[in-house]
Write a protein that binds this ligand. Sequence first.
Ligand code: HPA
Length: 233
Amino acid sequence: MGTPHIKAEKGQIAELVLLPGDPLRAKFIAENYLENSLCYNKVRGMLGYTGYYKGKRVSVQGTGMGMPSISIYTHELINQFGAKRLLRIGTCGSIQKDLNLRDVVIAISASTDSAINNLRFNGRNYAATADAELLFTAWETSKKLNINAKAGNILTSDVFYDDDPNFWKVWADYGILCIEMETAALYTIAAKNKVQALTILTVSDNIVSGDHCTAEEREVSFKQMMGLALETI
Ligand code: HPA
């Protein structure tokens, strides 16, 4: 039973799904934030769990890195397992002076340097956009929790190690806050399937200065992001 990448029974995965890139993050979240969690997937080590948060049934599924990987998992979660609300939680590299390590970013939209959507839309440009209801809820929740989140356009890139040290400049000029590698795919696939999606990120490194978070700093900002994600859903 299941799909090529998710070995679960129908009904084992909740309509609400948290999507960290790292499968061990999925395990950590299930063990530390959810009650009565059960692991439903181990295929390729891409762990997935279902449990409860304040009585709500929630799944947490690792997606791997990059648009092809998250595309596979979200396609199967939505089409084969009935996922309706997808919340990516991840890290990003800042390219703006006023966006610091550990800050929280809510992605209104995701620009991309990837060819995936060029192929899908025959060379035309698609604006991959968050679900408005989830976006506004996350924004209001960030205010209630006293989290100084920034909301804006981000870049979903296919390249982590770019040959050009200045590749980020044109994106920064046009207001892109930060760079990660999955959201444009998540928003596009959610839109196609008429389900809701949102990405919340913490800044783990600064692409301009080369600074990055210590393990302790990562943990504190991870807790903030998790609080925001769980209260949003
Ligand atoms: N580039 C792409 N993705 C990332 C980065 C980065 O610098 N930092 C965290 N995710």
